[in-house]
Design a protein around this ligand. Sequence first.
Ligand SMILES: Cc1ncc(COP(=O)(O)O)c(C=O)c1O
Length: 454
Amino acid sequence: MTTTSTTRAPSHSNADVATAPSLEELWMPFTANRAFKRAPRMLVAAKDMYYTAADGRQILDGTAGLWCVNAGHCREPITAAIREQAGVLDYAPPFQMGHPLAFELAQQLTRMLPDGIDRIFFGNSGSEAVDTSLKIALAYWQAKGEPQRVRFIGRQRGYHGVGFGGIAVGGIESNRKQFAGQLLPAVDHLPHTHDLENNAYTRGQPQHGAHFADALEEMVIKHGANTIAAVIIEPVAGSTGVIIPPKGYLERIREICDKHGILLIFDEVITGFGRLGASFGAEKFGVVPDMMTVAKGITNATVPMGAVCVRHDIYDAVVNSSGAGIELFHGYTYSGHPLAAAAGLATLEVYRTEGLFERAASLESFWEDAVHSLRGAPNVIDLRNIGIVGAIELEPRPGAPGARGFETFLKCFEAGVLVRSTADTIALSPPLIVERDQITHMFEVVGNALRNVA
Ligand SMILES: Cc1ncc(COP(=O)(O)O)c(C=O)c1O
């Protein structure tokens, strides 16, 4: 039922304000609904590096949407591929049926992955990719005759989406506590590696902290290696404020997993598709996991899609372990959806032909200098960067954690730059087509905002 006193969305055309939609009915995700509806921030169009706000202002996209529009907005080759596909094959059931584009995308994707990771399971989001990867790990151990390996190890401050699997292995208390009555029962968490005391203002990977990986050995002692199915971590944790792996840390995690036969899953939903100046975090850090979850940049965020990329012997073990018939009782109505597959193929082509991953790598030192230009700005307690990701950590305001970060985000938006605030960390991760003068402008705006936030 529509309420009588309705807050209305600002209209992007000059149409009668009464025809603009009401804001009441939509329950917005991860949003302070009441505050937003009192003072909405509405985006109505986008092209390349810019959003257009409802009031007509151009907003420089400092966050590639939500870490996902890596090739920039409304790129013609991608939108054309989607348009065309919509008129040819709008949908095909993925269970016991197929369509060529999904197979083609799987093949193209494997060409970008580390050797041996060459089987792809499609879903529609990062969350689905994560939960799928956990199921594949369980199915694998059943197939290998070790069904007691059911425990997952995540990491504090890890974000793995919002499925029940993802929030259980994730290390964010606030994402769990409303649902705490029903989480996966056998999960443990490694410590995070964020260490301001030793690593503040590091450029790139911190020197200190490989030893944080040794907590995995302790968990093996505590639980027994033969009860642990998989470790899942983000190569760079994005959503909880950009936590960059210390030198040697990921290598050590890999070593310990190998020693005890534990599967290693890299959640590359943010770190994939050029964000770090390499195809994936696995390539950037030279550490190869057993499975990778991807989403976001796979279609440049135009059509929802996620995927689990799997070592082929994991696929073989599961597929060959059952008799005739379905081997993995899992899948989504929209797994490998034709529009997503078309968008994915066009996106990978844009990445290739424009050399966007190499472009990101070539911008990395300019980007790093821009991030660290904010040293000494009010309330800044750390600056960090890797690839085309930067973070500005602020001292929390006493008694109001997160307020300073959020106010900085608002000030930047008012000044025409979209940044992301997670608690008191401001994260930046623009599309990889960003120009140097846009980078400079972004950090000038953030610097001004910091000077204007108490
Ligand atoms: C590392 C990681 N995993 C999973 C997800 C969840 O992805 P989605 O929001 O597409 O479900 C995210 C989203 O930001 C993420 O950063």
